[in-house]
Design a protein around this ligand. Structure first.
Ligand SMILES: [Zn+2]
Length: 286
């Protein structure tokens, strides 16, 4: 960005399980506009930690898609697959302070509800640990969502002790996000509303790791004709980069704005859209 960065640091963190679609673009757009409106930095993180879901080459496609729409990230993208030592270290920190415990339960034993705490108070000798869980403290977590307003969750009751290292040895999403947001100095998370439920869990982890959790804004999801969330799992198509202004305006409308007309190019779009965003969130400007 051409203006000097202030304290704001935002990020877009796609998982390379396929190309970006209209739904992921809405979240990316809101995050990008928020960073631009605050004259902050906008970082890119490729969340390729869930290796069975990674599609080879999808990360490169995502970078090209963003570039085709004139979305410029600051610095080098961060790949989670290069951060394994940092995750191990953060896990060691939690373990040393008694925040994690080994769990032998199978998925069938745990069922669908909150984790019943079966292994919380220790395992019989010789038991084989399958996964590692975070020991969730009692009490409710409150936070202010900049889009949705005040939120309150009781993680201990609603979710229970959740997994941070999976039975297949992979790190869980909730855990690596918190470690990486702290590492990258993120001040503001702007993402899709499907991740609203993750926020309280991530706050409990941030508290245990003694790191500051960013401010959050969860923007509306894009639904398909059947009312389902547009997602790679539902085989959403990549967004169209051949007509970038049409694609941008469609995402823009989904954020509740009127179509921008007489646009010269993508830079023109971002300049004008940023002005509108600033008017909507004037208190944001540091
Ligand atoms: Zn267990």
């Amino acid at each position: 960005m051409s203006v000097p960065a202030n304290g704001y640091v935002g990020r877009f963190a796609p998982s390379p399980s396929g190309p970006l679609h209209d739904g992921s673009l809405v979240a990316a757009m809101a995050s990008y506009l928020d960073a631009r409106a605050c004259r902050g930095r906008w970082l890119l993180r490729i969340e390729d930690i869930d290796t069975p879901r990674v599609v080879p080459g999808a990360d490169r496609v995502i970078l090209q898609q963003l570039q085709a729409l004139g979305m410029h990230w600051d610095g080098e993208p961060l790949w989670q697959s290069q951060r394994l030592a940092a995750y191990q270290q953060a896990f060691g920190q939690l373990q040393a302070q008694g925040h994690v415990f080994g769990c032998t339960c199978t998925r069938a034993q745990v069922g669908k509800g909150p984790y019943p705490g079966t292994c919380r108070n220790g395992l019989p000798e010789g038991a084989t640990v399958r996964a590692w869980r975070f020991r969730v403290p009692d009490g409710s977590i409150s936070f202010d969502d900049r889009w949705l307003g005040p939120q309150q969750h009781d993680v201990a009751r609603e979710v229970g002790d959740f997994i941070i290292r999976r039975a297949d040895g992979l790190w869980a999403y909730q855990f690596v996000v918190v470690v990486d947001d702290a590492f990258q100095g993120i001040t503001d998370i702007v993402r899709g509303a499907d991740l609203l439920d993750s926020t309280a869990r991530q706050i409990t982890l941030a508290q245990a790791l003694v790191v500051t959790y960013p401010r959050v804004m969860h923007v509306p999801l894009v639904l398909d004709d059947n009312g389902l969330k547009l997602s790679k799992q539902n085989h959403a198509r990549p967004f169209d980069t051949a007509q970038p202004l049409v694609t941008l305006n469609r995402a823009w409308q989904r954020l509740g704005f009127d179509t921008l007309s007489n646009l010269h190019d993508v830079d023109d779009f971002w300049g004008r859209a940023t002005q509108h965003w600033r008017q909507r969130y004037p208190h944001l400007i540091y």
